[in-house]
Unconditional design. Structure first.
Length: 207
């Protein structure tokens, strides 16, 4: 058990070690680094984290994070609001935006269907998606979910839910390896996968 010369240092290490990918040794290095920094810099860092947690909200349209009721994408009149890209979480929005190849809007599900983890359709923002498709008269919905069993299950569930609408239902091209997450895919491959998307019905037929 690590011995600390200060209870305050130990508490800081304990909190930092709760971050993903941060072990106790790394947390200790980070805490000692902060201890050497100017107090004003540390306060600015701490305040920015507190403000992020307390002031960031979720866009009422797409569930992306935002500083306003509507995110910058949904409030942009130059975006094609009839084209909706369905993604698992916020990191996927950032990944696709970084490609510069997409000019529609998004819908963040907040996860994917995973019975093993207790996540069913009711835990996701699927009803909100159906409502948006109705409201904006969407012409196309792109299913940009992970190439995993859970992602495919969610794709098929959405396919069944959206089949009755007069729209194109497509999925990103599988230039992305099976089992890969969008956020770890390079921008060129992801951009081409968006541009070369295929009708989802043809994917179901092949299966």
């Amino acid at each position: 058990m690590q011995s600390y010369p200060s209870k305050l240092l130990e508490q800081a290490v304990n909190e930092l070690a709760k971050l993903p990918g941060i072990g106790r040794k790394t947390a200790l290095r980070m805490a000692l680094h902060l201890l050497k920094r100017n107090i004003a810099d540390v306060e600015a860092m701490g305040n920015s984290i507190i403000r992020m947690r307390s002031d960031i909200i979720y866009c009422r349209e797409c569930r992306n994070i935002s500083d306003q009721e509507l995110c910058a994408i949904c409030s942009n009149p130059k975006r094609d609001h009839s084209l909706i890209c369905v993604v698992e979480d916020i990191r996927d929005v950032m990944a696709i935006e970084n490609t510069g190849q997409y000019n529609g809007v998004y819908h963040v599900l907040g996860g994917i269907i995973s019975p093993m983890n207790g996540i069913g359709p009711q835990e996701l923002h699927i009803d909100a998606l159906i409502g948006r498709v109705n409201e904006v008269n969407a012409t196309e919905v792109i299913l940009a979910l992970p190439a995993t069993i859970e992602g495919d299950t969610t794709n098929f569930y959405l396919f069944r839910k959206l089949t009755g609408f007069n729209l194109v239902l497509s999925t990103i091209a599988r230039g992305i390896s099976i089992g890969d997450e969008l956020e770890h895919t390079d921008e060129v491959t992801l951009g081409r996968s968006i541009l070369n998307r295929t009708p989802y019905e043809s994917v179901v037929t092949r299966k």
